[in-house]
Design a protein around this ligand. Structure first.
Ligand code: KG4
Ligand code: ZN
Length: 404
């Protein structure tokens, strides 16, 4: 729905309340003019899902219902604003879990109706991209918008987009995607089979520092041009958000193979020992290890070498394809975002490669790498300026695609 374009320069603060509930975090944030985060509150459900080793959709919806009111209240309180100070409510419309999305959408609509505020619908993946832009704007580094190659790597997505600034807003072209598991999903599955904590990324990130990244030779075969795959939707739930498109096979990902390779390696090398004990430790609320001694108390050197090698291979694959796509498309900037962008080895290697190639490489802050609502409010800002309000019939779209 098109409203009258907002003359935001005339307005006092232009505050957007962002709401995010697409997966297992209930989040709310207040962001001023898409550039200054006044508050960003995230209620994580990790404790609820950890014992199942993955997100249980029904439990996620129930937790969102419990958390949404206090989370929004806290976000307003931390920002020091009241409902009357808001100019719009932005909410994640998809992709994500239907029941989870609906909690945020219904709450946003009710709040907006009661306060006569516009609702702005935001694509979760665009939100992740705006987490990088928000960080840059806040740092006032070089917030000049330029054509960028964006890698969104999270528990549900591994997508490459060409992001182009266009008249104050952004357009997106899908360049690559995973054909099966998302990168974060591979981290989570490998961590689960080794008895490491949930979500797996932070544990593997922490343990990998103490292992040999060349201890186990994992490799990614080049994905062949398969006529039957090109133009078809990907095979798993994780990648359903991608539209059917002809994509260059050089920019396609596949992470289910390495997960199986890790499983086979574990079985062949009798590395199952200690899995139950590790799971018990995690459920007792242990935090990822910080020192070699703590890491070795948790897992033998062989497991540390295995996770270091797994991570080295995954990061290498993400890096190779992202920079190849940037070069092919002439993008002078790379943005990496989504939960996996919190990874230390990934940040180090992407920054090194960017410097080597003269490609500006940016990430969100660590807190904004994983799901949050500040990125949703930031992504809504150009829409707010253009007066692009959601229809009153707005509902959850679990496989909402970004770009064409
Ligand atoms: O963006 P996000 O919070 O939720 C989705 O939209 O999926 O991403 C969560 C994913 C999980 O798979 C988690 O294991 C991964 O991000 N992750 C990491 C790290 N922190 C979170 N992966 C690698 N290294 C990390 N430090
Ligand atoms: Zn996400």
């Amino acid at each position: 729905m098109q409203g009258a374009p907002v003359n935001w320069k005339m307005m006092s603060r232009s505050l957007i309340l962002g709401i995010e509930s697409s997966c297992d975090e209930t989040a709310a944030a207040v962001v001023e003019r898409g550039a200054r985060t006044l508050s960003s509150v995230v209620a994580s459900q990790i404790g609820t899902h950890a014992r199942y080793g993955g997100v249980v959709p029904e439990l996620a919806s129930r937790e969102h219902l419990r958390n949404i009111v206090p989370v929004v209240r806290t976000a307003l309180g931390v920002a020091g604003v009241g409902l009357g100070d808001l100019d719009a409510v932005a909410v994640t419309a998809g992709p994500g879990l239907a029941g989870a999305l609906l909690v945020g959408i219904t709450y946003a609509k009710a709040l907006a109706f009661a306060r006569d505020l516009p609702v702005i619908a935001v694509n979760h993946l665009e939100g992740h991209i705006h987490a990088v832009l928000l960080h840059e704007r806040q740092e006032e580094k070089n917030s000049q918008d330029e054509q960028s190659l964006a890698l969104v790597a999270s528990g549900g997505h591994t997508h490459l987009y060409l992001a182009q600034p266009a008249h104050g807003t952004w357009t997106y072209r899908l360049i690559g995607r995973t054909l099966d598991d998302a990168a974060g999903e591979a981290y989570d599955k490998v961590a689960k089979l080794l008895g490491l904590g949930y979500p797996g990324g932070p544990w593997i990130d922490a343990l990998a520092q103490f292992g040999d990244p060349h201890g186990v030779p994992f490799s990614f075969a080049q994905i062949k041009t398969k006529a039957h795959l090109a133009g078809k939707p990907p095979r798993t739930k994780a990648a359903k958000t991608a539209p059917i498109a002809e994509l260059d096979p050089h920019f396609l990902f596949s992470f289910s193979g390495i997960k199986t390779a890790v499983l086979r390696y574990v079985e062949l090398n009798g590395m199952r020992a200690g899995v139950k004990e590790r799971i018990a430790t995690m459920l007792a609320g242990a935090r990822p290890p910080k020192t070699r001694e703590e890491a070795l108390a948790l897992a033998p050197q062989g497991v540390l070498d295995l996770v270091a090698s797994f991570q080295h291979a995954v990061v290498g694959d993400l890096l190779k394809k992202t920079f190849a796509a940037a070069e092919t498309l002439g993008a002078k900037r790379v943005m990496v975002t989504g939960g996996v962008a919190a990874n230390r080895e990934l940040r180090r290697r992407f920054l090194e490669e960017g410097a080597r190639r003269g490609v500006r490489t940016g990430f969100p802050t660590l807190a904004l790498s994983t799901d949050n609502a500040a990125m949703i409010a930031a992504a809504a800002w150009p829409r707010f300026v253009a007066g692009e309000w959601a229809e009153s019939a707005l509902t959850a779209d679990p496989s909402l695609a970004l770009g064409r």
